[in-house]
Design a protein around this ligand. Structure first.
Ligand code: AMP
Ligand code: GLY
Length: 433
């Protein structure tokens, strides 16, 4: 398995981190990224193909004959791209559309969890035709109440309403299609869970699995978890809130029944099972959501501290032979601070020149997300622009946090915003229950 060619789908910080780690595998000779981003250009070839265009992706795969296709984001999974690639005879790391339903249909995920005894918040789903019943249900609900667009909404389809009025306005906006288009025409109304969030990623081969170090994302735009939700403003790993005892619970009560349940229901899952968890309170560990892919920015911290051969791991997961390969180990700590464009997650300007990228220290990796090369300049081209990740072989997270912020201060672009408290909850996390 040397001289392998990998075809990698996606263009965010997550995919840059995947390409970076895959490129370190002695087995990998060539990485072709579609469409990729400028940060990935030094690791592989960028080809401008729309990852949701089934015919275009299969045509490119037919041309470059990859030994493995790695699907980064959720959209191509929901669009059936992984199925089409499998049908065309390619080995794919990433679930079928049917197994990816755990992410693209929240109502399916909730009823699946109920069927298989996986702990989660209680909920009820309403479609646009049931708007009157949904309004009555909301009026009788405890506050805060959580409203979720049932379909994919780029991580932004969740509203936590603090009043019944806010909940009713949100409900109307979702069910009418004005808030999230068709994704919101069916709404999951859910009990609010108190506690600390953590992300646990399982690489699954339909039967067996391995876990990366638990991590914690920071979803809100503002320090102290204020302001609107974003795709994720920073992360750290390992997350001590996921104690060994809790990890055992997560294995036995969440990951294993889910893998088994998907197999029993005829939709065996392979790829990355992302368990978004709420930890603490009197309810223990519960699932906030499942995703059928790696998290972003969590991938930018879990991969740098993982010592192992990512190509061999993914190849084995795709082939159903995970139990026969070395599953690696996680050593040390990593902290990722996302630098975003001013205005994000609302509207923002693009095209700001980024300076200082060459000044970062060797223990830091800058993963690109929303960047573009214009002549000799690297300029901003998205909401989340860069993930500045400092890595240490020590588990002293406070030092790693300081290092990450030192590196952030070397990089500048007009209007740059970032959170100043990534990892700050590390010491309080353990006291959640
Ligand atoms: P999701 O897209 O389902 O991960 O939701 C986005 C974010 O909304 C989560 O990461 C949580 O911060 C929050 N959230 C979602 N559901 C709940 C819930 N039932 N209780 C509390 N917070 C929630
Ligand atoms: N970091 C959360 C996500 O990738 O959905």
């Amino acid at each position: 398995m040397s001289d392998a060619t990998v075809l990698l789908l996606g263009s965010g910080g997550r995919e840059h981190a995947l390409a970076w780690k895959l490129s370190q595998s002695p087995s990998v000779d060539r990485i072709i990224c579609i469409p990729g981003n400028p940060g990935m250009a030094s690791l592989g070839e960028l080809r401008s193909v729309n990852v949701e265009d089934i015919n275009a992706v299969v045509a490119l795969a037919t041309e470059v004959r990859p030994d493995l296709v790695v699907v980064g984001p959720e959209a191509p999974i929901a669009a059936g791209v992984s199925d089409a690639l499998c049908d065309a005879g390619f080995l794919v790391f990433g679930p079928s559309r049917a197994a990816g339903r755990l992410e693209w249909d929240k109502d399916f995920a909730k009823s699946f969890m109920v069927r298989h005894g996986v702990p989660t918040a209680s909920s009820k789903t309403f479609s646009a035709e049931e708007v009157d019943a949904a309004r009555e249900y909301v009026k009788g609900h405890s506050l805060p109440v959580v409203l979720k667009a049932n379909g994919l909404a780029a991580g932004k389809g969740v509203v936590i309403a603090e009043s019944i009025e806010e909940a009713l306005t949100t409900l109307d906006a979702m069910l009418s299609g004005s808030a999230f288009g068709d994704a919101g025409r069916s709404v999951v109304i859910e009990e609010f869970m108190y506690g600390e969030e953590a992300s646990v990623f399982a690489v699954v081969d339909r039967t067996h699995y391995m876990l990366f170090a638990p991590s914690q994302d920071h979803k809100r735009i503002g320090d102290g978890d204020t302001g609107p939700n974003t795709g994720g403003m920073g992360a750290y790993a390992p997350a001590p809130i996921v104690s060994d005892e809790r990890l055992q619970f997560i294995r036995e009560r969440i990951v294993e029944p889910t893998i088994r349940g998907m197999r029993e229901e005829g939709n065996p899952f392979h790829g990355c099972l992302f368990c978004g968890l709420m930890i603490g309170g009197d309810k223990g560990v519960r699932v906030v959501e499942f995703n059928s892919r790696f998290g972003d920015p969590e991938t930018q911290v879990i991969l740098p501290i993982w010592r192992g051969d990512l190509y061999k791991l993914f190849h084995a997961a795709a082939s159903g032979t995970l139990s026969t390969v070395d599953q690696g180990t996680s050593v040390g700590s990593a902290v990722c601070v996302v630098m975003a464009s001013g205005g994000y997650p609302g509207s923002y300007e693009k095209g700001k020149v980024i300076e200082g990228l060459d000044d970062v220290s060797a223990d830091t990796v800058v993963f690109h997300a929303g960047t573009k090369r214009v002549g000799d300049d690297m300029v901003t081209n998205g909401g989340r622009v860069l993930g500045v990740t400092s890595v240490s072989s020590e588990t002293d997270m406070e030092q790693t946090i300081l290092r990450a912020y030192e590196e952030v201060s070397k990089i500048t672009f007009d209007g740059a915003v970032w959170r100043h408290d990534i990892g700050a909850r590390i010491n309080t996390d353990r006291d959640t229950d």
